[in-house]
Design a protein around this ligand. Structure first.
Ligand SMILES: C[S@@+](CC[C@H](N)C(=O)[O-])C[C@H]1O[C@@H](n2cnc3c(N)ncnc32)[C@H](O)[C@@H]1O
Length: 463
């Protein structure tokens, strides 16, 4: 029987696809089902047809998944944040491990590869060290949790609705302190009649609240993003927040542009210092308001230990830490390497990398600012430095730009350790790297983000 758009059919969900939808086949046609869990027997409606597959939504759960759990979060049904809180953690891990395998095989055409079992996270809640919330007057009303319409709400967007904001009572994957900060900020903003920014009309004042924290010394940084510089208006919030002893830094980022982003070049320090410090293994790292830092500090130690093991350093190696952020991986490896060169596009991150090396008394690192696709061949100084024995490659989700990939391959290193938070772009790039004589030696997925569809994986290639 063939199927078409708007049909209602019965299926049992096979697995979770990369990105988080449930997956099944019906008469050999692939179907991706929003919010479905493996093992559920469902009545579904096919709401959109694509060339080789359908997208569908749940009409009725005929039989619940054996892996179903009651989600802890009050906002689970509406929030676009962590979509697997209703799935047993063991099953989340199994599905993520399978997704790495399937993605490498389908996109990278890398079949019959041995993939190590995914490394689990011991803490499934309160693990995120950075959350970004939106101020808005365009409130999303949750069916199960009716609230009065507020002049200002603060929280996350419902899935696919960037114009709306859920007024969050709490977020289960951030710390208790971060929840307290969110509540106080909203209450004081409401009491003082501060106006949230309207992303359609481009009016209003308060845009985002970013909370960053570090396990080491329990330090927290609060970044309040506003549309203009008006410290007087922020004073009541600063006064209340600065009573919280864990808050080491309050910063005001001013973003007067239309783009709905929290980073900015116009920045004011309103309380304390302009950074917090995290410790990974034996090394301390400075985290500034706009610089990248892995968002799960406990798992970061495990991630960096995998890289260290795969690098298998003997003390004579030259390492290139490409896409180095604040230099964390290179610094973590530096004691056992001859020299580490780091490369990064954001200049403030490079500044932090230099300070981080200095603070950790590391003398064998050198950091360069630039875009990897250009800097390796265009920068005169870089042309003269030693070529690497090992390159650590940790690009953003989009993976390697074709020019960057070409230039990395020209370095002719014996080993490449490729870390990725997006198995599909990683699979695409691995396929290309292997065309140049590299073989995959190890694939190690690690769960950095419980309850979310995100997967991190470390792949080692050698000649
Ligand atoms: C996934 S993060 C990795 C950071 C670091 N390795 C760590 O573990 O904290 C990717 C980094 O690549 C940087 N980046 C993005 N595009 C880049 C480019 N074209 N050239 C150089 N660096 C880039 C980002 O600023 C970010 O710091």
């Amino acid at each position: 029987m063939s199927i078409k758009r708007n049909d209602i059919i019965e299926v049992t969900v096979d697995s979770l696809s990369f990105g988080g939808s449930g997956f099944t086949r019906y008469n050999n046609i692939a179907i991706f089902i929003d919010k479905a869990l493996p093992g559920q027997k469902l009545r579904i409606k096919l709401f959109k047809k694509y060339k080789n597959y359908f997208k569908a939504g749940i009409v009725e759960i005929i039989k619940e998944s054996p892996y179903f759990l009651n989600p802890k979060c009050l906002h689970f049904n509406d929030c676009g944040g962590c979509s697997f809180q209703n799935l047993e953690y063991g099953q989340q891990l199994k599905q993520k491990g399978n997704q790495v395998k399937d993605t490498l095989s389908h996109i990278g055409n890398l079949k019959s590869l041995k993939i190590k079992p995914i490394i689990e996270a011991k803490e499934h809640f309160k693990y995120r060290n950075k959350m970004e919330f939106t101020f808005s007057s365009n409130q999303w009303f949750e069916k199960h949790n009716p609230k009065e319409k507020k002049k200002l709400c603060l929280g996350l967007h419902p899935k696919g609705r960037w114009d709306k904001t859920i007024d969050l009572e709490s977020c289960e994957i951030q710390s208790d302190i971060a929840n307290k900060i969110m509540t106080i900020t909203r209450d004081v903003a409401l009491k003082n009649k501060l106006v949230p920014y309207d992303i359609k009309k481009h009016t209003g004042f308060l845009r985002q609240l970013v909370i960053r924290s570090a396990d080491y010394n329990n330090e927290t940084m609060v970044i309040i993003v506003t549309s203009k510089n008006d410290e007087k208006k922020l004073r009541p919030i600063i006064e209340e927040l600065s009573k919280i002893k864990e808050i080491k830094s309050i910063i005001n980022n001013v973003n007067s542009r239309k783009a709905d982003v929290s980073y900015s070049n116009e920045r004011y320090l309103l309380h304390g210092e302009d950074f917090i410090t995290e410790k990974i293994g034996n090394y301390k790292f400075k985290i500034s308001s706009d610089s990248f830092f892995q968002t799960n500090s406990k798992q970061t130690k495990k991630l960096y230990d995998i890289i260290k093991k795969e690098a298998d350093l003997k003390g004579k190696e030259i390492i290139y830490d490409l896409y180095c952020g604040t230099g964390t991986i290179g610094i973590y490896l530096s004691k056992k390497a001859k020299k580490v060169y780091g490369f990064e596009i954001i200049s403030s991150a490079v500044d932090d990398a230099i300070i981080n090396a200095d603070n950790n008394n590391i003398k064998n690192t050198l950091f360069f600012q630039g875009d990897i696709k250009d800097v390796l061949i265009e920068n005169q100084e870089i042309k003269t430095i030693e070529k690497p024995d090992i390159s650590i490659v940790d690009p953003p989700r989009s993976g390697l730009h074709p020019k960057a990939l070409k230039n990395i391959l020209k370095l002719d290193q014996k080993k490449i350790i490729y870390i990725s938070c997006n198995p599909s772009t990683q699979a695409r790039d691995l396929k290309e790297i292997m065309n140049y004589g590299y073989k995959i030696k190890n694939i190690q997925p690690i769960d950095m983000f419980p309850h979310t569809p995100h997967i991190e994986s470390v792949v080692t290639l050698a000649k």
